[in-house]
Design a protein around this ligand. Structure first.
Ligand code: HEM
Length: 477
C-alpha cells in the first residue's frame, strides 16, 4: 500500500444496508447529503459496497477539508480524475470525445497541459479583453430599464458567446455559436444519460440520441478544424492556436484530441462562469451595502471601456465579491477521483477503483478557516488569506483549472460593467432554489428587474433553499 504522511482523524466506515440511505440521498440531493454526513459522522469516511454479495462493487469515500484535499489533489497519479463524460462504445465518437485533458494522466496529461497553457496564460488572456468587452455590451444593450430579466439565462447567453469567441473565433461567429450550441446539447444529453445511470452499451432512445449527437458534433468540429488548417489557422482563437502548434513535434495534437479538448473546454468554461455570475448578481442584490460600495469602487476605478490595463485588477471589493461568491456557491460543488493503487493515505484502506468524492462546497464551510461560514461577507478576504487547499473553487495542485485567469478576468469585467450601467433588483417573492446539475446553479433562474443606476439598493423577500445555504449581512471591505 502507498501511504500518506498526513493522517486524517478518525474516518468513519459504513457497510451494506447502512450505506443505502446515503447513496440514495446523494443521488437525490448531494448538497444536503454532504452537509448531513459531515454533521453526523465527520469530514472523512467510506460508504462501502451497498450490495456486498456483488463482488465488484466499489467503495465511495467522502473526504472534505484541506488535509484530504492536499493528499488527493497533490497526488494526481494515485487519485485520478475519471473523465467528465460518459464512456461510449469502442470506436464511437462518444468514446473519442471523452479523451480530453480531463481524462488524461501522467506524462500525457503534463504534455497536453503544457500545450494548452500559453493561450490561457495571464498575459495572453489580457489580449482577449477588448473582444470580451464588446460581447458584454451586446448583451447589456438588450436590457431595458423597468423590464424583467432572468439573470442566469442572460449569463448563460453571454458566457456562451464569450466561449464561442475564445474557442473558435469571430471570423464566422454564427458558425462558432452553432458549434457551441451543439456542444451544449451534447453535454446536456450526456448529463441526462449519466443521471439516469444508463449505459451506452444498452440501447435506449436517450443513449442512441447521445451517441448520434456525439457523431454530429464530431463531424462539425472536424470540418471546422480542416477548414481552419487549410486557411493556415491565422486566428487568435484557442482552436487556431492549438492547430498552429501542430507543426511543432512536441506540441502536435491529433485531430481526435483537438475535437475532444475543444468540446470539453466549452463545457468547462461556459456553465461554470454563468452559474457564478448569476449567484454574484443574486448576492449583490441581497446585500445592498456591499452593492453600494462596489458601485462606488467601479465609479472611481473603471475609467474606460474596454478597461485600461490593470484597472480590473485594481478593484479589491470586486475581487472579494467574486471570491466570496465562489466560496459560498462554487459551481464545481464536488468532483470525483478514482484510486489507482491500494492506499491508506486517507486513513482508511482503499482499493484500486474505489472513488473519492472531494467537495469545494464543504471545504469552504470549514468554520475554523471561515468564521460564520454561511454568511456572505466579502470583507473576510481583507482579514485573512486561506491556504491553497482551503479554497478550491478552481481545484488545487497540478490539475488546477487551466482557465482560471480567463474566467477571473471575464467574470470581473461582466460584474463591473453591469454595476456601471444598471442596478439590478430581485423580483420580490421569487423562489431561488440551488441544485447541482453539472454545476451548482439556480433551478429556475434568478428573476430580476433592470433598474437605472440610481444607487437605491434594497433587498427583496425571496424563498427557496438558498436561504438555508447563505445568510446575509456584512458590509463590504
Ligand atoms: C468560474 C469558472 C470556472 C470554475 C469554477 C472552474 C473550475 C474548475 C475545476 C474545479 C477544475 C478541476 C476539475 C476536476 O479536477 O475534476 C477545472 C479544471 C479545468 N478547467 Fe476550469 N473552471 C472555470 C472556468 C474555466 C474556463 C473559462 C476554462 C477554459 C477556457 C477552464 C478550463 C479548465 C481545464 C482545461 C481544466 C482541466 C485541467 C487539468 O485537468 O489539468 N475552466 N476547472
Amino acid at each position: 500500500m502507498t501511504g500518506g504522511a498526513e493522517v486524517v482523524s478518525k474516518p468513519y466506515v459504513l457497510y451494506g444496508h447502512q450505506t443505502w440511505r446515503w447513496y440514495g440521498k446523494y443521488l437525490r440531493d448531494p448538497i444536503s447529503c454532504f452537509l448531513e454526513a459531515r454533521e453526523i459522522y465527520g469530514p472523512v469516511g467510506g460508504l462501502g459496497n451497498p450490495l456486498p454479495f456483488l463482488k465488484d462493487g466499489r467503495q465511495h469515500v467522502m473526504a472534505f477539508g484541506a488535509v484530504p484535499n492536499r493528499i488527493v489533489f497533490g497526488q494526481p497519479d494515485l487519485f485520478r480524475p475519471g473523465g467528465q463524460v460518459l464512456r461510449g462504445p469502442r470506436e464511437s465518437a462518444q468514446r473519442r470525445m471523452r479523451r480530453s485533458i480531463f481524462a488524461m494522466h501522467g506524462a500525457e496529461h503534463d504534455r497536453h497541459r503544457r500545450i494548452m497553457q500559453p493561450p490561457l496564460s495571464r498575459l495572453a488572456v489580457a489580449s482577449y479583453a477588448p473582444a470580451i468587452a464588446g460581447l458584454i455590451d451586446q448583451v447589456l444593450d438588450r436590457w431595458e430599464v423597468g423590464k424583467p430579466i432572468d439573470a442566469y439565462h442572460e449569463m448563460l447567453t453571454l458566457s456562451n458567446w464569450i466561449a464561442a469567441h475564445l474557442l473558435f473565433g469571430e471570423a464566422d461567429f454564427e458558425r462558432s455559436l452553432a458549434i457551441c450550441m451543439l456542444i451544449r446539447d451534447w453535454i446536456t444529453l450526456d448529463v441526462d444519460v449519466r443521471t439516469l445511470h444508463l449505459r451506452p452499451t444498452v440501447p435506449g432512445t436517450r443513449v442512441r440520441r447521445l451517441l448520434r449527437h456525439a457523431e454530429k458534433l464530431e463531424a462539425a468540429m472536424r470540418q471546422l478544424i480542416e477548414e481552419k488548417r487549410s486557411a493556415g489557422a491565422p486566428g487568435n482563437d484557442l482552436l487556431s492556436q492549438l492547430i498552429r502548434a501542430h507543426g511543432d513535434k512536441d506540441f502536435a495534437m491529433s485531430d481526435d484530441e483537438l475535437v475532444a479538448h475543444s468540446a470539453i473546454l466549452h463545457g468547462a468554461s461556459f456553465l461554470t462562469t454563468a452559474s457564478t455570475l448569476a449567484w454574484a448578481m443574486y448576492l449583490l442584490a441581497q446585500n445592498p451595502s456591499v452593492a453600494a460600495e462596489l458601485d462606488r469602487e467601479v465609479a472611481s476605478k473603471l475609467t474606460s471601456w474596454p478597461p485600461a490595463t490593470g484597472e480590473i485588477e485594481a478593484m479589491p471589493l470586486l475581487d472579494a465579491v467574486l471570491k466570496e461568491t465562489l466560496r459560498l456557491l462554487p459551481p464545481v460543488h464536488h468532483t470525483f477521483r478514482t484510486v489507482a493503487a491500494p492506499t491508506d493515505a486517507l486513513g482508511l484502506p482503499l482499493q484500486r477503483d474505489d472513488r473519492v468524492i472531494m467537495s469545494a462546497f464543504m471545504t469552504h464551510r470549514e468554520p475554523s478557516v471561515y468564521p460564520d461560514p454561511d454568511v456572505f461577507d466579502p470583507s473576510r478576504w481583507a482579514r485573512s488569506k486561506p491556504g491553497p487547499y482551503d479554497y478550491i473553487p478552481f481545484s488545487a495542485g497540478p490539475r488546477l483549472c487551466l482557465g482560471f485567469a480567463f474566467a477571473t478576468l471575464e467574470m470581473k469585467m461582466i460584474l463591473a460593467r453591469i454595476v456601471q450601467r444598471y442596478r439590478l433588483a430581485l423580483v420580490p417573492g421569487s423562489k431561488i432554489d440551488v441544485i447541482y446539475r453539472l454545476t451548482l446553479c439556480p433551478s429556475a433562474g434568478v428573476p430580476m428587474t433592470v433598474e437605472p443606476r440610481d444607487g437605491a439598493y434594497s433587498t427583496a423577500p425571496v424563498s427557496g433553499n438558498i436561504l438555508k445555504l447563505v445568510r446575509h449581512g456584512r458590509p463590504g471591505l
